[in-house]
Design a protein around this ligand. Structure first.
Ligand code: PBG
Length: 333
């Protein structure tokens, strides 16, 4: 029955009524905070600010521990670790070094806070001197990222993270077949119980700029369009996710998040797996800049954005706003 019998505003009249019929819940337990781990020898510069990511820092291991204690106290589910080493080479060998920044950080975090989940980003771009996500084939023609050679190295990286104690490994490179290769290598090395959170539908996006400043991973030449997805393609995103499911992914991710709500929903429907949404660095930076300029209310905007990702179908939300959001959520109740 339509108006005047039906009055949608009846259930909006008070906070209690709105709470009673609210469809989507945002909890700190859904949130993941990314952390950038700097070289172990950053000395007394334990926290380095990042120009394009206001209020975020590159952390030494001891600073990361401090941060993780706060994160755990706020009820946030997990931290996701990215290495930001200064030493880089053509293959990105720092990525699978047992004494590398991420491996060292994982061991320290798991020792101090066994309950806090540690997810590691599995990629080469933070470790290669050319900034691409795999190794280059320079034999013939212009250099291109060699898929199969990169996959072998990525599997090695994932095992080194699992050996350090990572709870989940998250390949973000977008090479074909890497989820299957990582699954096989993990199983073979005794890590059959370590889940894979696959960056399944990761788009070549303008919104990763601040992250690349933080990790020093801007490609030295060209761009990532030869391996990351074209923003125009939704059906292809679903195919990518289904392939990762076949190869053994436990959670599938859509990244970025804000312009891709349709794909969070489509991937959820097609895979029936838990879905992660990555609210990326450029999305964070836009909100911070607008809030600093006084154009928007940061708290309201952040909670609205994160709730919209839950509504689209994401169980797991990776966001640089996680600490603020968890604090604001705790204040609300
Ligand atoms: C590594 C990686 C990137 C991000 C997550 N993992 C950068 C990229 O692909 O260029 C981006 C995260 C962000 O922007 O917050 N491949």
């Amino acid at each position: 029955m339509a108006f005047p019998q039906t009055r949608m505003r009846r259930l909006r009249a008070t906070a209690s009524l709105r709470g009673l019929v609210r469809e989507t819940e945002l909890r700190a337990g859904h949130l993941v905070l990314p952390l950038f781990i700097a070289d172990a020898h950053v000395g007394d510069h334990e926290r380095q600010s990042i120009a394009t990511l206001p209020d975020l820092e590159r952390l030494s291991i001891s600073a990361a521990l401090e941060e993780a204690h706060e994160v755990a106290a706020l009820g946030i589910a997990a931290v996701m670790l990215f290495g930001a080493p200064t030493a880089k080479d053509a293959e990105g060998s720092g990525a699978w070094d047992e004494e590398g920044v991420v491996q060292t950080a994982v061991r320290a975090l798991k020792r101090a806070l066994p309950e806090l989940l540690v997810i590691t980003d599995v990629c080469l771009c933070e470790y290669t001197d050319h900034g691409h996500c795999g190794v280059l084939d320079t034999q013939s023609g212009p250099p291109r990222v060699d898929n199969d050679a990169s996959v072998e190295l990525l599997a090695r990286v994932a095992v080194s993270h699992a050996r350090a104690g990572a709870d989940l490994v998250a390949p973000s490179d977008m090479m074909d077949g890497r989820v299957g290769a990582i699954r096989a290598e993990l199983d073979g090395e005794g890590f059959a119980e370590t889940p894979i959170l696959a960056y399944s539908a990761k788009f070549a996006s303008a919104f990763y700029g601040p992250f690349r400043d933080a990790a020093g991973s801007t490609p030295a030449f060209g761009d990532r369009r030869g391996y990351q997805m074209d923003a125009a393609n939704g059906r292809e995103a679903v195919r990518e996710a289904l392939l990762d499911v076949q190869e053994g992914a436990d959670i599938v991710m859509v990244k970025p998040a804000l312009a891709y709500g349709d794909l969070i929903r489509a991937v959820k429907r097609a895979t029936r797996l838990p879905v992660a949404a990555y609210n990326v660095s450029g999305e964070y930076a836009m909100v911070k800049a607008a809030a600093a300029a006084g154009y928007i209310d940061e708290r309201a905007a952040v909670l609205e954005i994160l709730t919209s990702l839950r509504r689209a179908g994401a169980e797991v939300i990776i966001s640089y706003h996680s600490k603020d959001a968890a604090r604001w959520l705790a204040e609300q109740t």
